[in-house]
Design a protein around this ligand. Sequence first.
Ligand SMILES: *Cc1c(COP(=O)(O)O)cnc(C)c1O
Length: 368
Amino acid sequence: MTFDLASILRPHILNLVPYSSARDEYTGKEGVFLDANENPYQSVNGQQWNRYPDPYQWAIKEKLAPIKRVRPSQIFLGNGSDEPIDLLVRATCTPREDNILIMPPTYGMYQVSADINDVPIVKVPLTPDFQIDTEKVLAAVTPNTKIIWICSPNNPSGNLVKREAILTILTNFSGLVVVDEAYIDFAELPESSEPPESLELSGGLTASFTNELDNYPNLIVLQTFSKAWGLASLRLGMCFASEEIIKVLNKIKPPYNLSGATQAILLEALDFVEAKNQLVKDILVERQRLAQELVVIPTVKHIYPSDANFLLVKFEKAKQLFDDLIEQKIIVRDRSKVTLCEDCLRITVGTSEENNVLLEALKKLSEQ
Ligand SMILES: *Cc1c(COP(=O)(O)O)cnc(C)c1O
């Protein structure tokens, strides 16, 4: 199926003239800068945050591109993944007219973003093993469906979605296909039973769809610095797509969407890819241990396979258990009311000490 970005965009976005910031008009580093009404001296705290930051974060993109094996022009950076999620809906969907398609159970922001923008949602549930029913998805698409959201590894189920199914949708749908890979660093070897200790980490590159960007002009991949990289507080989301799509996002984003402080910290953090991989390894080892110890607890009914940094676990009377844990100030995520997740809690893999606290509490509660 042919993809025509112009027909996917809302007409007024296609023709939009974006805000031109002072830093757009002159991109040199040296000069007497009297163009942006900044304070010329310094910040009140004696630091140097008085100049507006690079609106396109080029230094970061140059450094990130080889890590992700994409070109700098294929990268958009947002204030969390929330920002590209919202921008994509606003760029493509005319309220009350166009729709997006999601596959529950999945990440809540796709629906919230559509709801905020008054955009209808088509829902096609995943299969009971949390895979895509491609026939049902393609049958549910309407001429007004602009985006299909795929979360892989999926939140809250934790599993990678089969590559073939995603490729089928990319090939047979003429709108945008967003693959949200927030947890991709934890998904090293699909369907592998190797112990995490011996994993060769590729930083998620083997499982990621970023390597399909040049094959599918309708593909968008989301990733984040909030999970494996441990930078959730900075609010940093990545979006990878064709240069054409990235240009649209740049046109409609707030001009200085990433602060100078955020950019400075991220630029330095990108030197620590090895440290990120080690953190991932430690979490994978703990994930395996946590699963092994959960299995023998009598109230645990099922542990779903995980390619992420959390486990979806089916319990006897999950809601009651959730409340009992809260009472002990142990906070997990109650997913028991979510499609296909009846009696399930989502448990983030913590430090080994934190996991021990949880395991002890669960053992005690199961003896009552
Ligand atoms: C955690 C998560 C994100 C990351 O969101 P940020 O806004 O970048 O912190 C994105 N997608 C999914 C599915 C997530 O679970």
